[in-house]
Ligand binder design. Structure first.
Ligand SMILES: [Ca+2]
Length: 250
């Protein structure tokens, strides 16, 4: 009987051991399985993480496709011009207008002389372009000259127009005097347009040489663009006199 009891006890111990090892295996395999599960589920999040990544990449690439000038960041709050000239009636600053004295001054600058071709009342944004038959004496013109003291340091005469709001701009035009005006007046050799949101950091939209026509007074310098900006800066290079009558921004 004792032997049987001992055998039974041994069997019970063995059974317990087997059960214990089984349950250990189960619990250990369970975590394994559960750790595998998270692994798989962590793969899922990874792939779901990858999905947003790729969806993040998609807008980036589409942004790159949309932007023709990647280095230029458009202002998303810029207003549409709806084809209107948003420069009309706006104020501007500009470089010095030429002051020429008597015959002894020749082509030099005389700070005490009157402005030769004055900017009477915001000539460049009053909405009026010089008439096709306007002579160089016409009041519609204001005149820069390359001998003005600030011309060389700015590599041209300049105008900065404040549009008062940021706009989406698609066409910028400076109406300049053409070769028809004579008397040493020629169309500018180059007109550069720049835009800015703050008046400090400028982005060059591009440069254009005005289209001349011997039968008319105006030689428009027009550039097509797709930019935003509140301020437009125009730099005009001239072989002598540069006569201007209007700037438009659409
Ligand atoms: Ca005008």
């Amino acid at each position: 009987m004792k032997k049987l009891s001992l055998l039974l006890a041994l069997l019970m111990v063995l059974t317990c051991c087997v059960l214990a090892s089984c349950s250990e295996e189960e619990t250990s395999s369970a975590p394994e399985a559960s750790s595998t599960a998270p692994a798989t589920s962590s793969t899922a999040p990874e792939s779901s993480e990858e999905a947003p990544e790729s969806s993040e990449e998609a807008p980036e690439s589409s942004e790159e496709e949309v932007s023709t000038e990647p280095e230029f960041e458009k202002n998303p709050d810029a207003l549409a011009t709806e084809g209107a000239n948003v420069a009309e009636g706006k104020t501007y600053t500009r470089s010095l207008l030429y002051r020429q004295g008597g015959a002894d001054v020749e082509w030099g600058w005389d700070e005490n002389a009157n402005i030769a071709y004055p900017d009477d009342a915001n000539d460049l944004t009053d909405g009026a372009i010089a008439a096709d038959d306007a002579a160089y004496t016409d009041a519609a013109w204001m005149g820069f000259h390359k001998n003005a003291p600030d011309y060389a340091e700015n590599n041209g005469a300049w105008i900065i127009v404040d549009l008062e709001n940021s706009y989406v701009l698609s066409e910028l035009t400076l109406y300049t005097g053409s070769i028809f005006l004579g008397s040493g007046i020629a169309a500018p050799t180059n007109v550069e347009f720049l835009v800015s949101e703050d008046g400090e950091e400028w982005y060059s939209v591009g440069s254009v040489v005005p289209t001349t026509d011997e039968t008319v007074a105006n030689a428009p310098a027009t550039i097509e663009c797709d930019v935003t900006g509140r301020y437009v800066k125009i730099v005009v290079q001239t072989p002598g006199w540069a006569f201007l009558s209007e700037f438009t921004a659409k």
